[in-house]
Ligand binder design. Structure first.
Ligand code: SMO
Length: 704
C-alpha cells in the first residue's frame, strides 16, 4: 500500500493457445506401445475384513493379461506423510487392500487387459466379500492444541460469549482432467517415463522410488499439461503407484485413467470439517478470548498432506484479529469414508469461516455494525511482523485498509439503506462481510536460468503448472529482471529430466517461492555479467523464503432469499485482496475469479453425501452440484499491494483467496437476510431446501 504501483504488464497467457485449441498434451494423450490398461476392483463395503476374493472369472476373460491382489504388492513401502500434527497412529497405505477395507471404493484387486473396456468388464466379474470388523473403527489419527493466556477465566467473567458450529460440506475437487497416468517402460534400460497428472512431479518421482524400492534414476516423471488439480493431485494415489509397479513388474507400457465416478469415489475429498468456536467480548465489542474445537475427517488412507486441513484450520486462528487468550484443539479422525486431503484452501476456509461467523454473531449481539466490530479488533498496520498466539508470524499488510476499501467500493452506507428499504417492502435480503487470511507455503523452490548471448533466456523451474499461467508469469519475472521482452524467455517445468528438483505447485507458493527462485537466479547472472563474465551464463538456485507470506482481504456479499421457496440469489460480490507484489495483475484476477467459483460452490451447492452404510450417493455430476458459469455472479475485484518481506518478489498467496473469503461472506449475508425471521444458524451448502427448512422452523416458533 505504501508503494505507488509500477506499470504492470498486460500479457497473453502463452500456454492458452495449446490448451484452447486442443493441442494440450495430457497424460491420456501420450502414445504408448501396446499398453496394458488397469481397471480396479473396488470395495463395496465401507469397512470390514476381506473374507472372499475370487478372481478366477476375470483371469479367464478375453484380452486379460493378469489379475493382481493385495498379496502381490504386500511388501511395497508407504507414502510419506507431512507430520504437521502429533500422530498417535498412522493409517496403512495399501496399494491394494490387504486384510481389511476401510472405505467404499478402496482398490482391492487390479485387472490388466489390452483395452480399458476389457479390463473394466473383467473387473466386474470379481466380487469382494467382507465381514464387519468393529475393531477397525473410528480412531483419532492426529491432534494438536494451542493454549495461550488465561482463556478459561476470561470466558467465565466475560460480558458476552457467542458460539457457533460449522459443518463444512465434504467436497469433490473435480479437476476437469481426472487422475491420469501413462507409463512408458524402456525394455533396453529398464527405466520408466511416467506421464503423470500431478502438481508435484519431483515428489511423485521420489515417492515412487521409495515406495517401489526402485533406484530413482530409473524413474522420470513428466507432467506436461495438467487439467486442474486443486490439491487433489499433490500426493500419489494407490492406483497410480500400482500402475507404475505393474510397468516394472510386466516390463511393458501401462495406463490408468480414472473415470469421473472413480474420482468421486476414491479421489481425495476436501473440507468435511466440523468446527466449534466460542468468542468472549467486552461490552464495547473488544475480543478477549477464543476457544475452538476442530474435527477433520480422515478417510481410508492418508495422502502426503492429509493432516494439513486439520492443522491449518487450527493454527490460522484467530485470523487477523488481536486476541491473546486462546484455547484451540484440532483433531483428525478416521471416518470410514473415502480419502480426504488438501483442496484449494486446505483448512484456511475453515479457520476463517469459524472466526467470521463468531465476529458477526458478536456484532449482532452487541448491536454493532459488522465493519465497526472488525475494525475495532483487526491488527493495526504498525503491528507487523505480528506473532500470533498460535505461533505464526503475520508478515505485513494493512488489514484496516482492506476493510475500509471494501466499505467504500461497495458503497456500504447506501447498500444498507437499500437493504432496509427492501426489507420494509417484505423482501428477505442480507449483506455479509468477511475478512480472511491466506498463508502461502514456506520452504524452498529451485530454478535454473541461462542467459544466452543472443538475448534469449531459458528458465527451468522445479515448480510446475496446472494451467494457471506459471510459464507466462515466470517468463515475465525473468524478462523484467533482464529488461527484455517476455517473448525472449523460454520456460520449462514439469519434467524431472529437464527441471531442477523442486517442490511443485501447491499451498499458494508458486509465485512467492518458485518465482523468487527464478528472480534470484537472474540476479546472480546479472551480477556475473557486471563482473565481466561472457555469456552464456547458467545459474541454478535453490531459494528458501524467510517465512510464510500472509495474503489477506475482505469480501462482501449481497443475498436475497425467496420467501416461498427459500432459493437464495447472490446478487452482488465485492472483493478486496492484498496479494503483495502482483507480477501480472490479470492472472491474479483470474485466480480470484476461479477461487471464488469454488468458494461459491461450497457455500451454495456442492456436497458429497454418503448414506449411513458409507455408500456414496453423489457419484456423478447428476448428483453432485458443480457450479456452472451461469450460476456464478460477476465479481467486483479490487486489490492493493503491500509487498511481503518474506520473499524476494514480495508476493503473497492468492490462489486460494476466493475459496476462503467467499463462503464466509456468503453465509454471513444469508444469515443477515434471515435475521428478521430469527434464524441464527445455517449450514452450507445453502440449498433452497435447507434455507426453506430454516425459515419454516422459525416461523412455526413462538413468534407466529
Ligand atoms: S490445496 Mo493446494 O493445491 O495446497
Amino acid at each position: 500500500m505504501t508503494m505507488s504501483p509500477p506499470a504492470k504488464p498486460r500479457l497473453i497467457k502463452r500456454e492458452d493457445y495449446d490448451l484452447i485449441t486442443g493441442r494440450g498434451r495430457f497424460a491420456d494423450d501420450v502414445q504408448l506401445d501396446s499398453p496394458l490398461h488397469v481397471a480396479f476392483v473396488r470395495a463395496t463395503a465401507s469397512e470390514g475384513k476381506i473374507v472372499g476374493l475370487d478372481v478366477s472369472g476375470a483371469i479367464d476373460a478375453p484380452q486379460i493379461h493378469a489379475v493382481h491382489t493385495g498379496a502381490d504388492v504386500k511388501t511395497l513401502g508407504v507414502l510419506s506423510l507431512n507430520p504437521v500434527l502429533e500422530t498417535s497412529h498412522t493409517l496403512p497405505f495399501e496399494i491394494l487392500a490387504q486384510t481389511h477395507v476401510r472405505a467404499t471404493g478402496q482398490p482391492v484387486a487390479a485387472v490388466l487387459g489390452t483395452s480399458a473396456q476389457s479390463s473394466a468388464d473383467a473387473a466386474d466379474l470379481i466380487e469382494v466379500d467382507t465381514e464387519a470388523d468393529p475393531t477397525q473403527r473410528l480412531k483419532c489419527v492426529g491432534k494438536q492444541s494451542w493454549q495461550h493466556g488465561s482463556a478459561a477465566s476470561i470466558f467465565n467473567a466475560a460480558h458476552l460469549v457467542v458460539s457457533c458450529t460449522i459443518q463444512h460440506p465434504r467436497l469433490a475437487p473435480s479437476p476437469m482432467e481426472p487422475r491420469s497416468i501413462s507409463v512408458a517402460y524402456d525394455t533396453k534400460t529398464g527405466c520408466v517415463t511416467v506421464f503423470h497428472s500431478t502438481q508435484t512431479p519431483h515428489r511423485s518421482r521420489s515417492e515412487l522410488a521409495s515406495i517401489l524400492g526402485i533406484d530413482i534414476s530409473r524413474i522420470r516423471v513428466v507432467a506436461q499439461h495438467v487439467g486442474g488439480a486443486f490439491g487433489m493431485k499433490a500426493s500419489l494415489f494407490p492406483e497410480e503407484v500400482f500402475t507404475v509397479w505393474a510397468a516394472f513388474q510386466h516390463k511393458r507400457d501401462f495406463k490408468w485413467i480414472a473415470s469421473r465416478g472413480e474420482d468421486f469415489l476414491a479421489g481425495t475429498h476436501g473440507r468435511g470439517l466440523t468446527t466449534k468456536g466460542w468468542l468472549a467480548c467486552d461490552p464495547r465489542g473488544k475480543f478477549l478470548a477464543l476457544k475452538a474445537e476442530i474435527e477433520a475427517p480422515i478417510g481410508a488412507w492418508l495422502p502426503n498432506s492429509g493432516l494439513i486441513p486439520a492443522w491449518n484450520a487450527g493454527r490460522i486462528l484467530p485470523s487477523g484479529y488481536c486476541i491473546d487468550a486462546l484455547d484451540i484443539t484440532t483433531c483428525a479422525v478416521q471416518d470410514g469414508r473415502g480419502p480426504t486431503g488438501i483442496y484449494r484452501g486446505a483448512g484456511r476456509p475453515e479457520a476463517n469461516m469459524l472466526m467470521e461467523r463468531l465476529v458477526d454473531k458478536a456484532a449482532r449481539a452487541l448491536g454493532q455494525d459488522p465493519f465497526e466490530i472488525r475494525s475495532r479488533n483487526l491488527l493495526r498496520s504498525d503491528a507487523f511482523p505480528h506473532r500470533t498466539a498460535t505461533g505464526n508470524t503475520l508478515d505485513s499488510g494493512d488489514y484496516h485498509h482492506a476493510i475500509t476499501t471494501l466499505r467504500e467500493k461497495s458503497a456500504y452506507t447506501s447498500l444498507m439503506k437499500s437493504r432496509d428499504a427492501r426489507r420494509q417492502s417484505g423482501e428477505l435480503v442480507g449483506i455479509g462481510t468477511a475478512f480472511y487470511l491466506e498463508p502461502s507455503g514456506s520452504g524452498w523452490e529451485s530454478a535454473t536460468v541461462t542467459r544466452e548471448p543472443d538475448n534469449k533466456v531459458i528458465v527451468a523451474s522445479g515448480s510446475s503448472s496446472q494451467g494457471h499461467a506459471r510459464e507466462t508469469t515466470f517468463a515475465q519475472i525473468a524478462a523484467q529482471a533482464f529488461d527484455l521482452p517476455a517473448a525472449n524467455v523460454t520456460v520449462h517445468m514439469g519434467d524431472t529430466d529437464h527441471a531442477p528438483a523442486g517442490i511443485g505447485a501447491l499451498a499458494s507458493r508458486s509465485t512467492a517461492i518458485g518465482g523468487s527462485a527464478v528472480l534470484q537466479a537472474c540476479q546472480q547472472i546479472k551480477q556475473r555479467i557486471k563482473d565481466g563474465e561472457p555469456l552464456p551464463i547458467t545459474v541454478q538456485t535453490r531459494y528458501e523464503n524467510k517465512g510464510q507470506a500472509w495474503g489477506y482481504g475482505a469480501y462482501l456479499a449481497v443475498i436475497s432469499i425467496c420467501r416461498d421457496t427459500g432459493t437464495p440469489t447472490l446478487e452482488r460480490v465485492v472483493c478486496v485482496d492484498d496479494a503483495g507484489t502482483l507480477v501480472v495483475p490479470d492472472f491474479v484476477h483470474g485466480q480470484i475469479v476461479g477461487g471464488f467459483a469454488q468458494g461459491f460452490g461450497e457455500a451454495m451447492m456442492e456436497q458429497i453425501i454418503y448414506d449411513e452404510d458409507g455408500q456414496l450417493l453423489t457419484g456423478s455430476f447428476m448428483d453432485y452440484a458443480m457450479p456452472r458459469a451461469t450460476d456464478v455472479p460477476p465479481l467486483e475485484v479490487h486489490s492493493f499491494e503491500t509487498p511481503s518481506p518474506m520473499n524476494m518478489l514480495g508476493a503473497k498467496g492468492v490462489g486460494e483467496a476466493g475459496t476462503i473469503g467467499a463462503p464466509a461472506a456468503i453465509l454471513n449475508a444469508a444469515l443477515d437476510a434471515l435475521a428478521p425471521l430469527g434464524v441464527t444458524d445455517l449450514q452450507m451448502p445453502l440449498t433452497s431446501h435447507r434455507v426453506w427448512c430454516a425459515m419454516q422452523s422459525r416461523q412455526k416458533g413462538p413468534t407466529t
